[in-house]
Structure formats: C-alpha cells, structure tokens
Write a protein that binds this ligand. Structure first.
Ligand SMILES: [Zn+2]
Length: 301
C-alpha cells in the first residue's frame, strides 16, 4: 500500500511538466522534478517505489491473470465491498476501484480479442468489442497504481483492473464499520432527494455542498458516483436493472448508448461524461436492492 506521504510526493512527480511521451509504444515516463524537497527525495528513495515501471500487457494475459485472482482468492467479494464502504465513510480513495474490478472480471465471458471497428485515428481504434482491453499495450504501471490513490478509477476494460486486484490481495483486511454504512445510507437518501432533471455532475456538486462524504474531494466524489452508476445504484434508461454486479455489458453496446447520449446533450455536458453516469437523471432514482447487496456482502459486525 502506498502511504500518504509517499502518495503526496508521487502527485508532484506524475504531472504533465515532468512527463515524456514514448510515441512508438504510447506510454509516458516521468522524471523527478528539481523542486522536490531533499526530505521528499529521501523518502522516495527509502520507499523503493519505482516511478516508471513500464509493463507490456496482452488482452488474453490480463483476462486470464485477473480471472485467476477472482477464482482463487477467498472472500474477495467481501473484501471489495468493505473497501468500497470504507472509501465512502472515511475518504479512503483507494477503496473505490476494487468493487468495479471484481465484478467486471467476474462476469466477463471467456472470449478472444475482437477489434472495435472505427477509424484508426480514433482513440478507441484498438479496443476490444467485448471488453475494451487492447490486444497489446504498454503502460506505466507505477503511475496507474498511484492514480488509484487520488480517487480516480478505471471503469472499463483496462489492464489497471489487474493491477488493482494484484495490489489489493496484498492488503491486510480493511473493514468497514457501522458509521461507513450510515454514510452510505445518507448518500443514498441524498441522491433520492434529487430534482427530476438533476444530472450526475450536478449531483456530485450537491453531495459536496451537503457535505455527505467526509474527507472526499471533487475527484473522489465524481468517481464514486460513476462507480455507483456501474453498480446500478444510479439507474439508467437503457437497460432495466443494469448492474455490473449481475451481468456483463460489452463495450460495443455501451459505446452505442454513450453515443446516443452524446447526440442528445449539449457540448458543455459532454466533458467527463461516461455511460452509465452520463445517462442518469434525478427522475430515474436509485436501486436500493443493489445497495443492500453491497452492505450484506460486506458483512459488517
Ligand atoms: Zn476482449
């Protein structure tokens, strides 16, 4: 686990000013900035954290390794549900991603890579039709891990899901408590108070204003709500009872829903939108059954 002090140093390193793009393999590396304090440089050296761990991923390998973790780790579902509730209650940002990784990989059907048909210039050109994971790619694993500690999540098919699962199985169990569950329920009540036309980004702002999530920030609140939409707690009009907890939704279909939404909303709203987050409106409300399932799975004493 990355400790808070190290995480703060990493945030100073993983910024555009220190980055270099390696175009041939399409990944970024980072250099240590001059203005890092001596004590910070020392702490970084002592941590042995390698800031540019460049890894090659293949579609089949990512899936088989991630599936193996899901199938062989005892009590993993309980663990990810506890991490998620703990992220809500205590502002433990690293707890947002695992619940998505777990259910996405668990419900992902066995398949071979199928190239998404779109212009080669489009960023989606190498995505898999089914799971979105590219056939081959290089990435900076160290940066990907670090991003998960600032409240970002990867809610789709990315090698980061494997990176996430590989790391959390090394964590000592982080258990949610009754207070975390109460905060989750407060959040559900808050979402239910939405006006009919409220969009998800507006909901995120209201959660901040009403101070529902302790120690949260804009990034963590946004990704938390995006994750709730994937879990099916925020409903969407495209698929009744949508939830990654119960089913798998292929990339091609989700992308077609996303394009449908993008054709209907203003340009201003398109920024940072992502299905099913982009599909929610206050009038659709929430699914309490799925929320209850997370609480049950966490089995908080
Ligand atoms: Zn695939």
């Amino acid at each position: 686990m990355i400790e808070k002090k190290l995480n703060r140093i990493l945030q100073k390193i993983y910024s555009y000013e220190n980055s270099e793009l390696h175009r041939d393999k399409d990944f970024w590396t980072y250099s240590i900035p001059e203005n890092l304090k001596k004590s910070e440089k020392e702490l970084l050296a002592k941590s042995n954290f390698e800031i540019n761990q460049i890894v090659h991923y293949s579609h089949d390998e990512v899936i088989s390794k991630a599936k193996e973790i899901i199938e062989t780790t005892p009590n993993l579902e309980k663990k990810v549900c506890n991490l998620f509730l703990h992220s809500l209650g205590k502002g433990f940002y690293r707890g947002i991603q695992p619940i998505f990784s777990y259910y996405f990989i668990k419900n992902l059907p066995a398949h071979k890579y199928e190239k998404f048909k779109i212009s080669e210039q489009d960023y989606r050109a190498n995505f898999c039709n089914i799971c979105q994971i590219k056939n081959e790619e290089w990435d900076n694993k160290s940066e990907n891990i670090s991003d998960l500690y600032i409240g970002q999540a990867r809610l789709g098919g990315y090698p980061d899901l494997l990176v996430d699962l590989e790391e959390i199985i090394t964590f000592e169990d982080i258990l949610a408590d009754k207070e975390d569950i109460q905060i989750f329920k407060n959040l559900l009540d808050c979402i239910e108070r939405a006006e009919d036309k409220e969009t998800a980004p507006k909901l995120v702002k209201r959660i901040s204003k009403e101070k529902i999530l302790p120690n949260s920030n804009d990034v963590s609140r946004t990704w938390t709500i995006k994750c709730l939409a994937e879990l099916g707690i925020l409903k969407n009009p495209y698929q009744q009872d949508y939830s990654i907890m119960n089913s798998f939704y292929d990339f091609k279909t989700k992308n077609s829903w996303e394009e449908d939404i993008m054709n209907k909303v203003s340009t201003r709203l398109r920024i940072e939108m992502q299905f099913p987050y982009s599909a929610w409106r206050g009038a659709l409300g929430i699914n309490r059954e799925f929320a209850e399932k997370i609480i049950e799975n966490a089995d908080v004493k």
